[in-house]
Design a protein around this ligand. Sequence first.
Ligand code: ATP
Length: 330
Amino acid sequence: MSESEAAEGDSRPRGREVWIEKYRPQTLDDVFGQEHIVERLESYIAKDDLPHLLFAGPAGVGKTTCATAIAKEVYGDEWRENFLELNASDERGIDVVRDRIKNFARVSFGGFDYRVIFLDEADALTSDAQSALRRTMEQFSNNTRFILSCNYSSQIIDPIQSRCAVFRFAPLSDDAVEDQIRAIAANEGIEVTDDGVDALVYAAAGDMRKAINGLQAASTTGDTVDEEAVYAITSTARPETVQEMVRKALDGDFTAARSQLDTLITEEGIAGGDIIDQLHRSVWEFGLADREAVRVMDRIGEADYRITVGANEQVQLEALLASLALEPEE
Ligand SMILES: Nc1ncnc2c1ncn2[C@@H]1O[C@H](COP(=O)(O)OP(=O)(O)OP(=O)(O)O)[C@@H](O)[C@H]1O
């Protein structure tokens, strides 16, 4: 979990159990929406032939969940003693990681052939640190299995990738997120309207952690979770507002588009980067003519790049709207 996600956790209601943990699947069978991955993992366990694994994919899609579920299935009640979870970006460098790995790998527990080390955010390690990790993996390969987790497998050096079975976790489907949201709401006795479910699914964009946190936070604001509560609590712009803003710009009305953007950023507190992400996700659903959609997409790419290299988000979004307004369609 990244720092921002931990911070997001801070806004969760206090004094109540955290639902992402309460509803974390305990077995591979219970993991939603990653059927192909689960099938292959189960077959390794059935054959008692677990290789090193590399899990790549976005946040909140089940990478850590699958790693702990593997440990629970392999070790049963003794899984905690045989499973070490480390966060590559938490530690003060590869030396600390290596020491902890060595201390853990040296000892066996409960008569099992190997212990499992789960290294989250492995892509936070520099190439040099990854080379050192690769040597450590080799040194302990007879009694340790590594599960590495990262956002992008391209950030992991080839010699590590080639030692692992690589699994690419996709964002969860809307159906998978909806099923879990409805199941949790029913179990917690919470009323969620259909538009509330749709809003949670939209705001989550395939991230189950975000969907469940959104549901829990929204459930504390009133008796019923509806779209209004969800959009407010998840700091997500309504898709129709984003669409309207783009439409105004394309029609040449920059002032109106800019004022809508201003409302989103200053009044609703939505981050510029999140608006870009929403634009990117939804532009094909705006019903724009192909030429318009392509033009918007081109400008999104430019703004996204500039924001990534450090430019001011609001300035870039305004420049995006301005450039759409400059060339109104005939
Ligand atoms: N596929 C899934 N099925 C059911 N619940 C899920 C799934 N993926 C995530 N969750 C829920 O979201 C929470 C966070 O998921 P998890 O820790 O597995 O994410 P992750 O993919 O490892 O992300 P990160 O890289 O940010 O750590 C889980 O505790 C669980 O409640």
